[in-house]
Design a protein around this ligand. Structure first.
Ligand code: C5P
Length: 405
C-alpha cells in the first residue's frame, strides 16, 4: 500500500523546462492517493500554465504572496500548515539560492520558511550552473538544515549540454516521497560503504589503479541515505560529485581504506564493500621519480594488499557484511566461494566481461546471493538498482537482527 494515501503534498514549481515533468508528477502522486496543491513562482508560469496544474490537481493553483481569496489574507500560513510534505520540483538555481539565504520574497519561499513539514527539493538546471561553487555551497547549506535534495540526474539537457542537472523522473521523485513518509528502512542505522578504486603509488608521479568509477558505491550510499541511514562513504579517488548528507572520507591506498574501515565500522550496523581495492601494491615506493634513462626494463615487486572487507568481517562485533564480486566467468560459483572465504552475509555479483554494464557504465545487472539462494536483478540504471538492492539488504539486516535477539 502506498504511504502517500491521503498525504497532503504541496508542490512548488519554479522556472525551468523541467516544469513540464511536474505535470506528470502531479498525476502520479494523485494515482498513489495523495492530495496535491500547487504553488508556482511567477517565472514558472512562463513554462507551464497554472491551468494545467489546476486541471491535474483538481485544486486552485497559488501564485501570489498576497492572496485576497485566502482566509484573512494569509495564504502562505494556511498552505504552510496544510502541507504534510513540501516538494519543490523543479527547483531552479535561483530558488535554491533564495532558499539557502532564507528569503521570503514570493509565495513559495515564504511557505518554505513558514512550514514545519519536511521539505524535499528536486533540482533541475544546466550542468554548469549545477556544478558552479555558488550552487554547491547553497545545496550544502540547505542539506545541513535537513532539507532533502533528490537528484539531479545525469544525461542530455534541453540546452544541448550533457551532464548532471536533469530533474529526476516523476516515478523516482514519487518513490523518494514514499521514503519520507515511512521514515526509511534504515532509520537509526549506521552504514559504512567503500567505493571506487584505490591508487597504489610507485613513485611520486606514478601509481597502479583500475577502471572502477565508483558509481555503484556512490549510488548505494545515496540509497542508504534516502532510507534514513547515517551513511559513511570511504571513497578511493573518483571524479564523482560529493553526495549531500553523506559523510565522505577520501583515501588513496588500500592501507588507508583499511585503516578508515576498521575505525568507522565499530558500532556500524551494515558494511558494504563496493570498492575495487587494488590487490597488489609496489613493495617499495621510490622517494624520487624513477628515471627511464638507461633502464630498458623496470622490475616492480608487488605485494598483496590487505583485504578490507575480510578484515572488517573478522571484527568481534562485526556489522552485517555485504561484499561485491566482479567476475568474468562462472560468476555465481566464484561469488559463492567469496561469500564463505571472506565470511560475508551477502554477496552482490556481476559479470564484468559484459562491457555494457559494470565498470564506468551507468547501468548494471547483478545477482544478490547468500546462504539461502540468489536473486537476479536485470540490467538497469545503477541508481535504481542501488535502491532496489538497499531495500533487500535492509530487509535481510532486519531479519538478521531479529534472529540475534
Ligand atoms: O577478492 P575480490 O577482490 O574479488 O573480492 C571483492 C570484494 O572484496 C569486494 O567487496 C571488494 O570491495 C572487497 N575487497 C576488499 N579488499 C581487497 C580486495 C577486495 O575489501 N583487498
Amino acid at each position: 500500500m502506498s504511504g502517500l494515501i491521503e498525504k497532503k503534498i504541496l508542490l512548488g514549481v519554479t522556472a525551468g523546462i523541467a516544469a513540464y515533468k511536474a505535470a506528470e508528477l502531479v498525476r502520479q502522486l494523485r494515482q498513489r492517493g495523495a492530495c496535491v496543491k500547487v504553488v508556482m513562482t511567477e517565472s514558472a508560469q512562463a513554462f507551464v500554465s497554472p491551468l494545467t496544474f489546476q486541471a491535474l490537481s483538481g485544486q486552485p493553483v497559488h501564485t501570489q504572496l498576497l492572496d485576497p481569496a485566502a482566509e484573512a489574507g494569509m495564504g502562505h500560513i494556511e498552505l504552510a500548515k496544510w502541507a504534510d510534505i513540501l516538494l519543490v520540483a523543479p527547483a531552479s538555481a535561483n530558488f535554491l539560492a533564495r532558499l539557502a539565504t532564507g528569503q521570503a520574497n514570493d509565495l513559495l519561499t515564504t511557505v518554505c520558511l513558514a512550514t514545519h513539514a519536511p521539505i524535499v527539493v528536486a533540482p533541475a538546471m544546466n550542468q554548469a550552473m549545477w556544478s558552479n561553487p555558488a550552487t554547491r555551497h547553497n545545496c550544502q547549506i540547505i542539506a545541513s538544515r535537513g532539507i532533502r535534495i533528490i537528484g539531479p540526474a545525469n544525461g542530455s539537457q534541453a540546452c544541448g549540454d550533457v551532464g548532471l542537472g536533469r530533474m529526476l523522473e516523476a516515478q523516482e521523485i514519487t518513490e523518494a516521497l514514499e521514503q519520507v513518509t515511512t521514515g526509511g528502512l534504515l532509520m537509526g542505522k549506521t552504514v559504512v560503504i567503500t567505493a571506487g578504486p584505490t591508487r597504489e603509488p610507485i613513485d611520486p608521479v606514478r601509481y597502479i589503479t583500475n577502471h572502477s568509477s565508483g558509481k555503484m558505491g556512490y549510488a548505494l550510499a545515496a540509497a542508504a541515505r534516502e532510507e534514513g541511514a547515517n551513511t559513511i562513504l570511504i571513497s578511493g579517488p573518483t571524479s564523482l560529485e560529493p553526495l549531500f548528507g553523506v559523510r565522505t572520507i577520501r583515501v588513496e591506498t588500500a592501507r588507508q581504506m583499511l585503516d578508515q574501515a576498521l575505525v568507522l565500522s565499530g558500532g556500524a550496523d551494515l558494511f558494504i564493500g563496493c570498492a575495487a581495492v587494488a590487490d597488489y601494491a609496489p613493495e617499495q615506493v621510490a622517494l624520487q621519480k624513477i628515471k627511464k634513462d638507461g633502464n630498458e626494463a623496470l622490475n616492480l615487486r608487488l605485494v598483496k594488499n590487505p583485504d578490507v572487507v575480510a578484515a572488517v568481517a573478522r571484527l568481534p562485533e562485526r556489522p552485517f557484511m555485504v561484499g561485491f564480486a566482479a567476475e568474468t566467468e562462472n560468476v555465481l560459483q566464484h561469488a559463492r566461494e567469496k561469500l564463505h572465504r571472506k565470511n560475508l552475509d551477502l554477496v552482490i555479483a556481476n559479470d564484468v566481461a559484459d562491457s555494457a554494464i559494470g565498470f564506468n557504465s551507468d547501468r548494471n545487472a547483478v545477482w544478490l546471493l547468500d546462504a539461502a539462494g540468489e536473486i537476479a536483478y536485470p540490467e538497469q540504471d545503477k541508481r535504481q538498482l542501488a535502491r532496489r538492492l538497499m531495500q533487500e539488504i535492509a530487509a535481510r539486516l532486519e531479519r538478521h537482527n531479529s534472529r540475534k535477539l
